[in-house]
Write a protein that binds this ligand. Structure first.
Ligand SMILES: [Zn+2]
Length: 173
């Protein structure tokens, strides 16, 4: 977390706004895809991942808001500026992710007790779409990842999500 030694109040480049906007739209679309196919194929894996990605969208919105606030100039009342907002947003998106991990863990535990037929093919196809979307989103934040804690977080998170489906999809339900 020693990234915050950088205290310049640089104005946000428009690319940051575009990256967050595109990231939110892409991931929101993927939430809808996962939810629809999750219901159609009665797949808990897809529904829980839809929940995970919905929390990712909220995390992106938080990071976006924080990045916008941090870009504002310090005022007479906020002499430090708004940089601290980015740190608080990082904390909240961390908490959101922990919530999502907890929900997925709980569902996985229940599935161990009551195994269901895997919806393998649908999951593979949706997971492949997810890899493309997560990779594209990670790339959106590639150039800004060294300038802001939240952009760095968004980049690392999306890169990890992009790599993830190949670990779980063959055995997923
Ligand atoms: Zn995620």
């Amino acid at each position: 977390m020693n990234r915050e030694v950088d205290h310049h109040h640089h104005t946000r480049r428009p690319t940051t706004t575009a990256a967050f906007a595109a990231g939110v739209v892409l991931n929101l679309a993927f939430v809808v895809v996962e939810a629809v196919f999750g219901v159609l194929s009665d797949s808990l894996a897809l529904l829980t991942d839809a929940g995970h990605n919905l929390s990712d969208v909220l995390g992106l919105l938080l990071a976006w808001g924080a990045a916008a606030l941090a870009g504002k100039r310090p005022s007479t009342r906020r002499t430090y500026g708004y940089s601290r907002a980015t740190i608080i947003a990082s904390l909240f998106s961390g908490l959101l992710l922990m919530g999502a991990v907890g929900a997925i863990g709980w569902e996985a535990f229940n599935r161990l007790l009551e195994p269901a037929e895997p919806a393998g093919k649908t999951i593979m196809i949706v997971a492949a779409i997810g890899v493309v979307i997560n990779t594209a989103t990670a790339l959106l934040f590639l150039s800004g990842k060294d300038s802001d804690l939240n952009i760095r977080g968004a980049f690392l998170h999306m890169a990890a999500d992009a790599a993830c489906p190949w670990a779980w999809s063959p055995r997923a339900r």
